[in-house]
Design a protein. Structure first.
Length: 143
């Protein structure tokens, strides 16, 4: 999958539109990308505190991991499992998710994700497992 196809895929997904997530950078050949999530008080637990809800951070991990595997496979790779370790609570800052496809096989892919701010402070680490089988395989391909 090339960068423009990935940008289009991210832009079309309803949940991605809801989050206003953007593709900041991408290395399609290596299965690496960075997503940007501009701060919005709607993502906070309490607007006055300005701290992100953990579910928003987990969603960013999920999207970055899935898209890293999608770069390699060329089609959507739904989540099979997700783990997030929260290291620090981000507040009132744009977030960046650096996703790296570690292994992408016929049926399963694994990606690691760091969630950070523009200064490099890491707020969360995540690992996801994603289904990489083709969602529309040709019928009777062995004939």
């Amino acid at each position: 999958m090339n960068v423009e196809d990935l940008r289009t895929l991210i832009a079309k997904a309803e949940f991605h539109k809801f989050l206003k997530v953007e593709l900041a950078s991408c290395d399609a050949d290596r299965g690496r990308l960075t997503l940007k999530l501009p701060f919005d008080s709607a993502y906070t637990i309490f607007a006055d505190a300005g701290t992100y809800h953990g579910g928003i951070v987990a969603s960013l991990v999920d999207i970055a991991g899935a898209m890293a595997c999608t770069l390699i496979k060329g089609h959507a790779t739904p989540t099979a499992n997700l783990r997030v370790d929260y290291l620090k609570t981000p507040a009132r800052t744009d977030l960046y998710a650096d996703g790296v496809a570690q292994r992408v096989g016929r049926s399963i892919g694994v990606a690691d994700v760091e969630v950070r701010d523009a200064d490099g402070t890491i707020f969360a680490l995540g690992r996801g497992t994603f289904v990489t089988t083709d969602p529309n395989p040709p019928l009777f391909a062995d004939r």
